[in-house]
Ligand binder design. Structure first.
Ligand code: DGJ
Length: 733
């Protein structure tokens, strides 16, 4: 396992778990992709490279320097623009002559233990014993451009990360126009593509479509990763299900504009790519400088989508966020947003906290409206000091009163924004992203602060630090409620304006890095009008994300199901809200709402002061139950069983890491007349083991996985069932 170099064939074999990734340095010049999939026992497959390419024209020029050498058709690892490869390039660089061309040739390699850091960027990381990294060094002699392609392969799962470092070794500046994080050419692609698409209130819906010849790309050009497309996709066979078949997952550890997808040529070879969106992107690379692309993450499994997701979950739980909360129990939160919106004061928040404390809730998070003179969304973003009318005892006094109830206290910020009606904007009108002479478009009455500028980064760091040091604040909800328009910066010269959107993301990462290190005991929650910036880049700093502003339990089934394709449930906060629900106006039973949230990171988002004693009693039971199952749901392995995208039923399960217990949840959102009796077939169990359900029945693993768990039939909407099984060891049946 790890990285093997087959000298005779100039082949690198990266392997881990049940996965192989094989590439060859063809003609000792060009890294070419040979294989990514189920582990091969014999990686010496050089012959395979030329076999499908024995076309007359292609082989007329056999040496790289031969003018007849054609780049088209060959399966590249990092294709470049300007030579005879007409498929989408991963790299486009302009030299001093103004021409856009490069031809990187192999110079050498290194094999390193563990992973490498990406300066200024978040990344999936590995200790020395968990992974090995291959560094391929390539060079364009004319541009004096060096490219280092990094591949880290994880021992346990065979997951692979990739990124590229570009170095200007010459004397003249170069202009990078496109530098994707990874590209690979897979042969013969009878694939379907799965993506997580949506909009606000409808995040991460699964779309599955057949790939045809041509280009199928997902993108965000909004400045953040976006509601519309998540930076994730999977390639699957037509037959691939949750449990079986090939699933190739690709995601990006990045939170800005991205491009991701596949280009199929006329021979159905699929070029698979992901990276920074090249639209309005450029980077001037001066002599001696380097540019580092974000990191791409690849997860392959032959055990269907669940197999692919498990590997992503394992990476993101164990090799992404490094802080104190990585494996710590996440508190049950009550958030004031849907409970009070902007209408609260010290006393009303305290009343809510009292009810919450009695109901076993552990943390009160004060959402929007506590600062400046903000009573609606038209003012005060950027003025991070208390609204003394609402909070006469200041945040300190409120936090103390909440703490006195035995609860922790948390606070909402939207640090990257400024309201035109704010002291900050009046003092620094040039600090927002804008283009002089053009209008400054507002969304929700707000503008983006220009985080590419050091003084703006420092302002955010200082103002948040002041607030976080002023009171006992244990949790921050970090929101972001608009998308970038008029992308211009007063801090950049004209020839660097196309660097702004990437510099913005780098600035954001710097701010988050400083604040999370300065306040290591604060639990940060990521939010962007719900799940518009739910990506592995944010998760490196903030270990949980508010997946959607849609808190309706029926809608959450789809949102959470889709989200789990790439992201672990503990990183997805899921709050029980009021009925009728505020977004969908739908009525659902309190128990059903709780059952939808339990398998994720549970919280509440409703006004407990308006609820009856029986309802509060029920909530106490829910929090008590959640605390009991919390280690399992927050630390376990999650599998999807029935998809809400295929009918009115959803099921999923969580198995403890040591596989000694598991929970199963089944939901039927809307009843159909005379429905069939169904069994839910489980997964992830040991065939020969026996498991006992809480009510006493004992089932074998193979029975649960093949025959399935019978669902009790009940008429009516919003029906659910939940089971808790424990493994029986050493019992002779
Ligand atoms: C959008 C978030 O997604 C909501 O949860 C809430 O925090 C509001 N912003 C507050 O303005």
């Amino acid at each position: 396992m790890g990285i093997e170099f087959l000298k005779n064939e100039n082949i690198f074999h990266l392997s881990g778990g049940d996965v192989s990734y094989i590439l060859k340095i063809y003609k000792n010049a060009f890294p070419m992709h040979l294989y990514w999939g189920k582990r091969l026992s014999d990686p010496a497959i050089s012959w395979y490279l030329e076999a499908p390419y024995r076309r007359k024209k292609l082989l007329e020029g056999t040496e790289p320097d031969d003018p007849m050498f054609l780049h088209e058709f060959w399966p590249y690892e990092y294709p470049e623009y300007g030579m005879s490869d007409y498929r989408p390039a991963a790299l486009e660089v302009v030299g001093q002559d103004g021409c856009c061309i490069s031809e990187l040739r192999y110079e050498g390699y290194e094999i390193l233990e563990g992973s490498v850091e990406l300066p200024g960027l978040p990344s999936v990381w590995a200790e020395k014993e968990d992974a090995q990294t291959l560094k391929l060094i390539l060079k364009d002699q004319i541009l004096q451009l060096q490219a280092e392609l990094y591949y880290t392969v994880f021992e346990k799962t065979g997951a692979i990360t990739r990124h590229t470092v570009l170095k200007n070794l010459g004397k003249d500046s170069l202009k990078i126009k496109k530098a994707l994080s990874m590209s690979l050419d897979m042969k013969h692609a009878p694939y379907e593509m799965l993506q997580l698409s949506g909009t606000a209130l409808r995040e991460h819906w699964i779309e599955r479509r057949k790939l045809g010849i041509g280009e199928t790309y997902l993108e965000s050009t909004r400045g953040i990763s976006s509601h519309q497309e998540n930076p994730f996709f999977a390639l699957v066979e037509k037959e691939t299900t949750e449990q079986n078949g090939d699933a190739y997952g690709v995601t990006l550890v990045y939170s800005g504009n991205f491009l991701a997808g596949v280009s199929c040529d006329m021979y159905r070879s699929a070029r698979v790519q992901i990276g920074i969106h090249p639209g309005n992107f450029g980077w001037r690379l001066e002599a001696g400088e380097e540019f580092v692309t974000p990191q791409a993450v690849l997860s392959y499994s032959q055990k269907g989508l669940n197999g692919m997701s498990s590997k992503f979950h394992d990476l993101f739980l164990n090799h992404l966020y490094k802080g104190k909360f990585q494996h710590a129990p996440r508190p049950i939160v009550i958030n004031t947003w849907e409970a009070a919106y902007f209408n609260f004061d010290h006393q009303t928040v305290l009343e809510l906290a009292k009810k919450a404390a009695k109901a076993g809730i552990e943390m009160l998070v004060l959402d929007d409206g506590w600062f400046g003179h903000r009573d609606d969304d038209t003012t005060s973003l950027g003025d991070w000091f208390e609204n003394s009318r609402k909070l006469p005892k200041e945040l300190k006094g409120l936090a103390e009163d909440v703490n006195a109830l035995g609860m922790q206290f948390g606070l909402w910020f939207e640090p990257e924004m400024v309201s035109p009606d704010s002291e900050l904007y009046r003092n620094h009108p040039d600090w927002c992203i804008h283009i002089n002479g053009r209008k400054r478009s507002q969304w929700r009455h707000q503008l983006y602060l220009d985080l590419s500028r050091k003084e703006v980064q420092d302002y955010i760091i200082d103002s948040l630090s002041n607030v976080l040091s002023s009171a006992n604040i244990s949790y921050v909800k970090w929101d972001c409620n608009r998308r970038i328009s008029e992308p211009g910066s007063e801090g950049l010269p004209p020839e660097r304006q196309d660097e702004l959107l990437h510099r913005y993301v780098l600035g954001l990462y710097h701010v988050m890095d400083v604040l999370t290190k300065r306040f290591p005991d604060v639990l940060f929650e990521n939010c962007a009008s719900g799940g518009a910036r739910m990506d592995a880049g944010m998760m490196y700093y903030f270990p949980q994300t508010w997946a959607s502003d849609n808190s309706d339990a029926v809608c959450r089934l789809k949102i959470q199901y889709g989200t789990s394709l790439c992201y672990p449930p503990v990183m997805t906060t899921s709050h029980i809200s009021a009925s009728p629900n505020h977004q969908m106006l739908r009525q659902t039973p309190l128990d059903f709402r709780a059952a939808v949230s339990y398998p994720f990171n549970l919280g509440y988002e409703l006004n407990l002061c308006k609820m009856s004693d029986e309802e509060i009693e029920k909530i106490s039971e829910q929090t008590a139950l959640y605390k009991k199952i919390r280690p399992l749901v927050q630390g376990g392995k999650f599998y999807r069983l029935l998809s809400p995208f295929e009918g009115n039923q959803t099921a999923w399960m969580t198995v403890s890491q040591d596989e000694t217990e598991f929970l199963v949840w089944y939901y039927k959102d809307f009843a159909d007349p005379e429905e069939a009796y169904i069994n839910v077939r489980l997964t992830g169990l040991e065939e020969k083991a026996h498991y006992q359900a809480e009510e006493g029945n004992v089932y074998s693993g193979d029975m649960l996985m093949n025959l399935g768990l019978p669902i009790q039939w009940k008429n009516g909407d919003c029906f659910y069932q939940m089971w808790h099984f424990k493994r029986l060891d050493g019992i002779d049946f």
